[in-house]
Design a protein around this ligand. Sequence first.
Ligand SMILES: Nc1ncnc2c1ncn2[C@@H]1O[C@H](COP(=O)(O)OP(=O)(O)OP(=O)(O)O)[C@@H](O)[C@H]1O
Ligand SMILES: [Mg+2]
Length: 361
Amino acid sequence: MSSQAADLSIRGVSKQYGPTTVLDRVDLEVAAGELVTLLGPSGCGKTTLLRAIAGLVTPDSGSIKIDGRDVTSLPPHKRQVGVVFQNYALFPHLSVAGNIAFGLRLKGMDAKAIGATVALYLELVHLGHLAERPISALSGGQQQRVALARALAVQPSVILFDEALSALDRNLREEMQVELRHLLRRIGTTAIFVTHDQDEALTMSDRIAVMYRGRIEQYTDPKTLYAAPASLFAMSFIGQSTQLRGEVLGSPGHGMVEIKTALGRLRAAANFAPGSPVVVAVRPECIGLGDAPSTEVNTISGRMTAAIFHGAHSMLHLAAEDGERVVAQLSGGHALPAEDSDISLHWPVAQTFVYPAAEAA
Ligand SMILES: Nc1ncnc2c1ncn2[C@@H]1O[C@H](COP(=O)(O)OP(=O)(O)OP(=O)(O)O)[C@@H](O)[C@H]1O
Ligand SMILES: [Mg+2]
């Protein structure tokens, strides 16, 4: 049953549509058996990159290798790449089994082997009991599984998913994410997901490639991406962050900067010339209430303009005169200060991220 998982190597792939650069010298290395997500906002080029891997889009430049073989100019059916599209693209006039058998017939498999393979993959996606059902009589989640079984049954060495789960409701989607990850691991296939849903990316992936304007901004494992976003875009796109504009005053020590903000002076590990305009970003859950004087900690003070109760946690807003503010997330048990009172907030210098202000444009 196991497909031959392949590695994938994308080097310098660019694609232009008219005046628009949709892919801008994209490099991406995916190991055999790895689960990778392309994550980014609408229009950043995710589908185009996926289509280039599948052979449905020809890059203007660059190369794509699967298992060391250059497939850049090969047609889709010679690449051993499977694709599961958002709309599943199932054949509505065929049964569940008929949909899965279709690709096997094209491969020239004999009838007996087809029957056994269809049964095997239907079992894998828990649809054995629905083999003879017409596609039109299936729920969205069931159709999703048929699309998956159909793509896996031909044993592609790389399988691509373009927003394949986004049509499902939240509960089913979360269930399918866990199940699909498990299934792909079991089969040991290489998979690339495309999504703009950060939770899906964090759940499914060994590594996430954050895409923005046709470029890959950061490519790393989910924990590193969350803990150390390489750009303001990555910081803003994954998880929550609170941001303050500032200006670098100078370097109090090696690899450290001191930054002037509307809420006070902050320190961070970074290298910027004095006078540089920057954006300081912090995860709200890294912020604590009160001050904690230490060179390892940043403390700010000001007026608390809002305390919003969310059940398990509360969000505290601390604002400066000019409207700049920091939002802290405090866990449920905290007694909240009264609105309009003066408060202090603190967080570790190590959790203070600084980016060039130009990235905020
Ligand atoms: N065939 C085409 N001709 C012209 N422009 C195109 C073509 N295909 C895509 N584009 C443009 O390329 C850009 C990237 O499109 P793409 O479909 O790759 O985005 P995406 O990241 O998948 O977005 P979404 O999350 O909305 O699906 C968009 O601006 C889109 O309009
Ligand atoms: Mg898309």
